[in-house]
Write a protein that binds this ligand. Structure first.
Ligand SMILES: Cc1cc2nc3c(=O)[nH]c(=O)nc-3n(C[C@H](O)[C@H](O)[C@H](O)COP(=O)(O)O)c2cc1C
Length: 209
């Protein structure tokens, strides 16, 4: 499979009209390939107001022409950094296909209705977990976390609706550029990048590997 993609390569004339459409093609191929573990896992890189970077993995939960959506705790490190500095990079590492997709853009919080609609689809335990964890803060022990969860579990049994935590929700990353990287032989990889035009629409360009 990897060899097939490596031989086929990526040519500009066959790119989709928008990066999201092209992402959809590659995302389906990643999802269909059992060698790709968690195809919707992506590395999100943020930076604080001084430009100091940090990265972590999160799961892509939705994408369309408006952007790429993930959910997290707004008080977490990434949440705080994105509030100070909305510039963000997403990287999908699809190594078994010798592919990566790199998105740069800006992140904005999803609306509360959209967040609530997604929160309702999560398993009860994950809903409680969003309340139990003050993500990215230092805690004294594992027991502290388990205790918080047990208390919440007693307060909200499985048949009771868990309210959406105010500190939890989505970020939508509006792409400014999207690079599709396909590994090829002799290190002569294909790199095709979409760049947003100021008036709307996209230009595409090829980068040297
Ligand atoms: C495969 C995988 C998926 C993850 N998905 C999410 C996610 O969707 N949302 C999230 O907040 N954290 C997710 N995490 C945990 C983050 O990597 C990270 O530990 C957490 O969000 C705190 O990051 P921060 O302190 O940099 O803000 C995931 C981790 C892994 C390994």
């Amino acid at each position: 499979m990897r060899r097939h993609y490596e031989a086929e390569g990526l040519v500009r004339s066959q790119l989709a009209g928008t990066p999201v459409e092209q992402f959809g093609r590659w995302f389906r191929e990643a999802t269909d390939n059992p060698a790709v573990f968690e195809p919707n896992a992506m590395v999100v890189s943020t930076a604080d107001a001084q430009g100091r970077p940090s990265s972590r993995t999160v799961l892509l939960k939705h994408y369309d022409e408006r952007g790429f959506v993930f959910y997290t705790n707004y008080g977490s490190r990434k949440g705080r950094e994105l509030t100070e500095n909305p510039h963000v990079s997403l990287l999908f590492p699809w190594y078994p296909l010798a592919r990566q997709v790199i998105v740069t853009g800006t992140a904005a919080r999803t609306g509360r209705d959209e967040t609530a609609a997604y929160f309702r689809t999560r398993p009860h335990g994950s809903q409680l977990g969003a309340w139990a964890s003050e993500q990215s803060t230092v805690i004294s022990s594992r027991e502290e976390l388990d205790r918080a969860f047990t208390e919440l579990d007693a307060r909200y049994p499985a048949d009771e609706q868990v309210p959406v935590p105010p500190h939890w929700g989505g970020f939508r990353v509006v792409p400014q550029s999207v690079e599709f990287w396909q590994g090829r032989s002799n290190r002569l990889h294909d790199r095709l990048r979409y760049v947003a035009l100021p008036g709307g629409g996209w230009r595409t360009e090829r980068l040297s590997p």
